[in-house]
Ligand binder design. Structure first.
Ligand SMILES: NC(=O)c1ccc[n+]([C@@H]2O[C@H](COP(=O)([O-])OP(=O)(O)OC[C@H]3O[C@@H](n4cnc5c(N)ncnc54)[C@H](O)[C@@H]3O)[C@@H](O)[C@H]2O)c1
Length: 503
């Protein structure tokens, strides 16, 4: 990773294709990728709308190419990829954004509607992906991003073929992630929930969308696909405030002016998180039980030109959590982002467990996160904004052998994440979890030794390497920034493909 990458999430030199990028989210994604430096192939069945997106990108100084094709025809995708390869030689990123939607219940369903839905959303996506894979394999790198939908996760009444098609997209995502990992091609899906585009307006109308935002969505607004569809204004005034932030934030995920409190930031991932968010402009409260370690992190941040201060105490003690939160808030009158990262690990099987070990594990992870959050939430509520990021673990999702107390403690954090996301959404406080898998920190080396780490990477991890703390820090910086304002209650595994589970 270059130093530039640490400062902002840039895409200079990358070539991306966004399918169906003539309108809605696809258009917004194409424009955004170009703003971050990528050259973008704007694919659409309708040449006119693709040309309009390309014209906007070029006007803003970006590079883009019109790709006209019908995604339900595999030959069109192959031709589009050949066109982009002829111009720029390569495809680094494919955003499979294409998708159609309609409400038609199971009784009304006819074969033509069914085939059209699966033809675009599943078959179209499959062959668009097939068309880029050869080139990505030859380079030994690539990113495929499938735009699925929350409809696949929770089901949407009145559109069974849409929900089913997006479920198929999620299953293909997992299958390809495993198949393509040996070539360092990553495959992930994004599941947008309610995002205000023309698709939503056609399906529900503005009034229907407004009602849904008020009654069903914890954050009480639709997500934003910028630019706004020509037919609609944003349905809630709350979104105008965050639009402002999003515009400033477009060319880099800046954390300028934010105060970020990170527990256990004297070593490992917490230290890397602290260094990264400081590079992106935050003032960092470096919390640790080990004062010397905390001061070392502060010194590293200062040496790199950032701002930080140390906070020392034991998160397992609720009275320390309260005192430390007050100390941090006193610096600038607020804490904007809390990262509950402090943690311990030990292998101890069921029979060897003593109450003291069990209690310490839960006191540090579970009580520590709970009471640190409790101490910082009142300030966030008063300002009606905040971000809480719980560092859980894939061990809390899929479990590991010989450390049931650790797995259970991390699973508790996943429970807190969902419960707090719902409880705190009315105050615009987002709560999410990151689930690191195997990350090469001191904790991991103590646990398995370097030989054990190498062996596990080769045998068990689809991407065939341990993660580095920076892999997790990038996700922390994203969840701390305005870029993730519409994400709450989610758990993000960062594990090289080790925990591909659930829908
Ligand atoms: N390393 C991995 O592979 C891995 C995988 C999944 C999850 N995690 C989780 O990520 C987090 C960070 O782990 P790491 O690998 O960077 O560990 P690490 O041991 O390298 O660093 C942990 C830091 O937390 C501090 N700490 C421990 N107990 C504390 C307490 N009671 N109060 C305040 N600070 C305390 C330590 O002093 C240390 O500085 C932990 O929550 C861990 O469970 C790690």
């Amino acid at each position: 990773m270059t130093t530039d990458q640490r400062k902002s999430a840039r895409l200079d030199g990358k070539v991306a294709i966004v399918t169906v990028a003539g309108a809605g989210m696809g258009k917004a994604e194409a424009i955004f990728l170009a703003e971050r430096g990528a050259r973008v192939g704007v694919q659409d069945i309708d040449a006119k709308v693709a040309e309009a997106t390309v014209a906007e990108i070029r006007k803003a100084g970006g590079e883009a190419l019109v790709l006209v094709g019908d995604l339900s025809k595999p030959a069109d995708s192959a031709r589009n990829v050949a066109e982009i390869a002829a111009k720029w030689g390569t495809v680094d990123v494919l955003v499979n954004n294409a998708g159609i939607h309609e409400f038609k219940d199971s009784e009304q369903m006819d074969e033509a509607s069914f085939d059209r839905m699966f033809g675009v959303n599943v078959k179209g996506l499959f062959f668009a992906t097939q068309a880029v894979i050869k080139g990505m394999k030859a380079k030994g790198s690539g990113k495929i991003i499938n735009i699925a939908s929350t409809a696949a996760m929770v089901g949407q009444a009145g559109s069974p073929h849409y929900s089913g098609s997006k479920g198929a997209v999620l299953a293909m995502t997992k299958s390809w992630a495993k198949e393509l990992a040996p070539w360092k091609i990553t495959v992930n899906a994004i599941c947008p929930g309610p995002i205000m585009t023309d698709m939503v307006i056609r399906a529900r109308g503005i009034e229907g969308a407004k009602k849904r935002a008020e009654t069903e969505i914890p954050l009480r607004r639709y997500g934003e696909a910028n630019p706004w569809p020509s037919t609609a204004a944003p349905p809630s005034s709350a979104s105008e405030g965050s639009m402002g932030a999003a515009i400033d934030n477009r060319t880099s995920a800046s954390l300028d002016g934010k105060v970020v409190y990170i527990t256990g930031a004297g070593a490992g991932m917490g230290r890397e998180d602290a260094l990264l968010v400081a590079t992106r402009g935050a003032l960092v409260a470096v919390q640790d039980i080990d004062g010397k370690a905390a001061q070392e992190t502060v010194a590293k941040i200062s040496a790199a030109g950032g701002q930080a201060f140390a906070i020392v105490g034991d998160v397992a003690k609720p009275e320390d959590c309260k005192r430390m939160a007050q100390e941090a808030e006193a610096k600038r009158g607020r804490v904007d982002v809390l990262v509950n990262n402090a943690g311990i690990h030990e292998r101890r099987d069921l029979e060897a467990m003593e109450e003291v070990h069990f209690n310490r594990m839960f006191d540090v992870h579970v009580k520590g996160s709970f009471f640190t959050t409790q101490a910082l939430v009142p300030g966030m509520k008063a300002r009606e904004s905040g971000k809480i990021i719980n560092i859980a673990s894939t061990a809390g999702m899929v479990a590991t052998v010989g450390d049931a107390h650790y797995c259970a403690a991390k699973a508790a954090l996943l429970g807190f994440t969902k419960a707090w996301a719902k409880e705190l959404a009315p105050w615009n406080i987002n709560v999410n979890a990151i689930c690191p898998g195997p990350i090469a920190t001191e904790l991991a080396v103590r646990n398995r030794g370097w030989d054990g780490i190498r062996e596990r990477a080769e045998k068990e991890i689809p991407l065939r390497r341990y993660g580095n703390p920076i892999d997790v820090a990038y996700a922390v910086a994203f969840l701390a920034s305005a870029e993730s304002d519409f994400i709450t209650g989610q758990s993000m595994p960062i594990a090289g493909g080790l925990a591909i589970v659930g829908i």
